[in-house]
Design a protein around this ligand. Structure first.
Ligand SMILES: Cc1cc2nc3c(=O)[nH]c(=O)nc-3n(C[C@H](O)[C@H](O)[C@H](O)COP(=O)(O)OP(=O)(O)OC[C@H]3O[C@@H](n4cnc5c(N)ncnc54)[C@H](O)[C@@H]3O)c2cc1C
Length: 398
């Protein structure tokens, strides 16, 4: 991890808050790194409608709360200590290196904060953001059975009734399902298909008629809770509507643009971890009387891995520089597209260099390969990123 920290600091050049990240790095070293295997083997269980994490989770969660980690996502005026996008990126790459599932938990958390930031002061920002800054988790729920890549097909029904809306519908694949206390959710308020029918709401987890079901086990990202949100005749106050009816998709897309860079960062972190593990293994593994690193084929594979990681990171830093410019959406999609494909390539090369051991369940490279594959689905698959990039490019030509 020391190498990665040096590289990231050289990219950030003073953009990082050192005091804050020192505490975070200590926590990663002492509580997260030594427990990754235990956490992934244990996985999450869902018993009596409660999530049960493997035992190291409580100490990690408490540690994060104590160092004020949650507050980094929330502006000062709402009780937080909002840090720069560069700093959040730095954190996400380190989480990718040490525990990718935890990184995604916080990407989802941050997206909920961003959506609420588009809301009104009293009933939304002042009410929910301090909680999210103190240690309540947030989530963002968009995907449905019939609306995956095509968000405009959302059917989840929210019908106005007096001062309330009545929610009926299901959201699937929601990261932090069952963990979050506060959900942001994209629903259909008009009853007809289309982007202009979509509205965003913030809802608490204690509504009557609301329940969570956890999905079957995933191929990777073992301690990321991913589940289904079910709402049946749930009464949601009108004051929970964010930014007005019909504005939901625009607001959600803005939040997701930010998330894509961070997912790309987690991908870079996973790839760095694979590179470190593979290098350490191959310089000790002797075949034909020599360490594997003395074979040109292996050392070339390692240099390819290293180069691809730096190329992906370059796109991430390029995207971070485009915040508040018209190129931001395309740049964050490019970073996500390239980094998630890169990490799958790196994982595949890494597994091959480890030989049969890299294919064993419980081996770190095989665990990280499962995580690497999961990165491609989140916040739009690679095909969806390509749609965004081409459409933004064509717009810029005309
Ligand atoms: C681990 C994990 C966490 C997730 N977390 C969240 C979350 O927190 N909140 C949330 O709302 N969702 C979440 N998702 C859902 C994720 O955003 C969706 O899985 C993703 O958007 C794809 O939708 P889908 O699975 O329905 O696939 P589909 O939309 O059915 O797509 C299937 C395949 O077809 C391709 N495809 C679709 N349309 C086209 C087209 N026009 N041209 C070319 N190719 C196309 C896709 O790229 C994909 O390869 C999560 C998913 C995973 C795996």
């Amino acid at each position: 991890m020391d190498n990665l920290i040096k590289i990231l600091r050289s990219f950030l050049e003073g953009g990082e808050d050192k005091a804050l990240t020192e505490n975070f790095i200590d926590l990663l070293r002492e509580r997260v790194m030594p427990n990754l295997e235990t956490m992934y083997e244990g996985g999450i269980k869902f018993e009596n409608k409660r999530l049960i994490f493997p035992s190291p989770w409580e100490s990690i969660y408490e540690g994060l709360r104590q160092i004020g980690f949650f507050s980094l996502f929330v502006p000062v005026e709402y009780g937080g200590s909002l840090t720069s996008e560069e700093n959040i990126y730095f954190i996400m790459e380190l989480l990718g290196y040490t525990c990718p599932s935890l990184g995604i938990i916080f990407v989802a958390h941050g997206r909920a904060v961003d959506l609420i930031l588009a809301g009104n002061d009293e009933a939304q920002k002042a009410k929910f953001l301090p909680r999210l800054g103190e240690g309540d988790f947030g989530a963002i729920a968009i995907t449905e059975e019939g609306a995956g890549s095509d968000v405009s097909a959302i059917e989840f029904s929210a019908r106005p009734q007096g001062d309330n809306y009545i929610f009926n519908g299901q959201k699937i694949f929601v990261s932090n399902a069952g963990l979050a206390g506060i959900y942001t959710i994209l629903v259909n308020t008009k009853g007809k298909r289309g982007a202009r029918s979509l509205s965003a709401f913030v809802v608490e987890d204690e509504l009557e008629g609301f329940r969570v079901e956890i999905f079957p086990e995933k191929d990777g990202l073992k301690i990321l809770p991913t589940g289904k949100l079910i709402y049946e005749n749930c009464v949601v106050p009108r004051e929970n509507l964010i930014g007005g009816e019909g504005r939901g998709l625009l607001l959600a897309l803005d939040a997701i643009d930010k998330g894509r860079i961070l997912l790309a960062g987690i991908g870079c972190g996973i790839a760095c971890r694979i590179l470190d593990e593979v290098f350490n293994y191959s310089r000790k593994r002797i075949q034909f009387d020599h360490p594997l690193t003395s074979s040109q084929d292996i050392s070339f594979k390692i240099s390819d891995m290293y180069t691809q990681i730096n190329a992906a990171r370059g796109l991430c830093f390029h995207a971070l520089k485009q915040v508040n410019t018209p190129y931001y959406r395309s740049a964050s999609s490019q970073a996500k597209l390239f980094a998630t494909q890169m990490v799958m390539n790196v994982a595949q090369m890494g597994q091959m260099i480890m030989g049969g051991r890299g294919y064993l369940k419980g081996n770190i490279i095989s665990m990280l390969s499962g995580d690497a594959r999961g990165m491609e689905y989140l916040e739009g698959t690679s095909s969806i990123q390509k749609m965004i990039i081409s459409s933004e490019l064509f717009k810029s030509y005309t």
